[in-house]
Design a protein around this ligand. Structure first.
Ligand code: FMN
Length: 355
């Protein structure tokens, strides 16, 4: 597609008084450049202010450059490091003795975590992964006395017959194939952004079922930074939606309004500063497909807002500073028949580039 710059004149608003006065004393070209410079400067200042807002929150809530960690930050580091081992164990031919650094770091993080918070699911997944790592080593004649000691100190191996929650799991192709939708194209083609809903309530069990499905979304080192805030009460929905600019004419018909967020405490480095939007966006897409699979209608609602709107909505909705809002989602039952926007897709050749 052409990258030519287009000047929009036909739809420009009527000339302001100030501009009209300037146009009497300045040549048209000079005035145009002046206005352009003024607009660009205002945009740069607004971008810098909003960028600083994001930066301040990332500095405050991510664990980048921090020694003192919250439980969520420490749990994210435990997860990151046990998952490094899970990934290694999931290779076709893991290298015996791989990941010594990750093992050492995981053991020290687990010591810190368990001392403060005990053995919860996160710690258990870490311990089970150490156990799987040790078992893999043994099959190659390697002993890891420091891992033996850590497992013993952290509470020991799983009791016989209790399934582990870390390490690897066996999967077979036939099971994956059997679970595929009968008509994959139709499943994708029948998901539309829905802007008219039936009156019936969507119950919380259905939302919970969809969220559970969406929890299968991949995330960076399995950190799962996402959260879903659900609003059902008419007044609450109205207030939350009043900060969003794309729901006019249908937001009030949604049975549930979801606000998808990403908790910055899951991110650990400067390089991960944009990861919250990526993982949160992937999760939101899964959630929409999960709701679609359950026969519900959804419309994603952008959260492309400036910091003042973000702050005001989060205060109203009770969403804390450590959570970045990814988007809202309107959810409702489908009417028997409805219209949806055509939303033409680009030709495949524009999207799919074979190298
Ligand atoms: C992040 C995101 C934000 C969106 N925000 C809005 C919105 O505020 N209002 C709206 O009516 N639709 C919104 N949409 C829906 C898009 O307009 C729609 O997905 C697109 O036109 C494709 O149509 P389809 O979803 O029906 O396939 C949004 C979609 C995405 C992915």
């Amino acid at each position: 597609m052409s990258q030519n710059v287009v000047t929009v004149t036909a739809l420009s608003p009527p000339m302001s008084r100030k501009r009209a006065a300037l146009s009497r004393v300045l040549p048209a070209g000079v005035l145009r450049r002046l206005i352009e410079t003024h607009r660009r400067t205002r945009t740069i200042l607004a971008l810098a202010g909003n960028g600083l807002y994001d930066l301040r929150r990332y500095l405050r809530w991510s664990s980048a450059g921090r020694e003192e960690l919250s439980q969520a930050q420490l749990a994210a580091l435990v997860t990151l490091n046990y998952h490094r081992l899970e990934k290694g164990l999931a290779l076709k031919t893991p290298r015996p003795g791989f990941g010594q650094d990750a093992v050492r770091l995981l053991m020290s993080l687990l010591d810190r975590y368990v001392a403060r918070y005990g053995v919860d699911d996160t710690a258990r997944a870490g311990i089970d992964t150490l156990d799987a790592y040790r078992a893999f080593g043994r099959t190659h004649g390697l002993n890891h006395p420091e891992v033996d000691a850590a497992i013993a100190r952290l509470g020991g191996s799983r009791a016989d017959g209790v399934p582990p929650c870390g390490g690897t799991i066996p999967v077979d192709r036939a099971t994956v194939a059997a679970a595929a939708p009968a008509d994959p194209e139709a499943f994708f083609a029948t998901r539309h952004s829905v802007r008219q809903f039936a009156d019936a309530e969507v119950d919380m069990d259905t939302i919970a079922r969809a969220v559970r499905m969406a929890q299968r979304t991949p995330s960076v080192c399995n950190r799962q930074s996402w959260k879903v805030h659900v609003f059902s009460d008419a007044e609450q929905k109205r207030r939350v939606l009043s900060f969003q600019n794309g729901n006019r004419g249908f937001g009030d018909q949604a049975s549930k309004v979801l606000v998808v967020t990403s908790d910055l405490q899951h991110f650990t480095s400067v390089g991960e500063r944009f990861q919250c939007w990526i993982d949160g966006g992937l999760f939101a897409m899964s959630l929409v497909y999960a709701l679609h699979a359950l026969g519900l209608g959804t419309c994603m609602l952008n959260w492309s807002v400036v910091k003042e709107t973000d702050r005001a909505m989060r205060a109203t909705a009770g969403i804390p500073d450590n959570e970045v809002v990814i988007m809202m989602i309107a959810v409702g039952h489908l009417p028997e028949t409805l219209s949806v926007a055509h939303s033409l897709r680009k030709p495949l050749e524009e999207v799919l580039i074979a190298h």
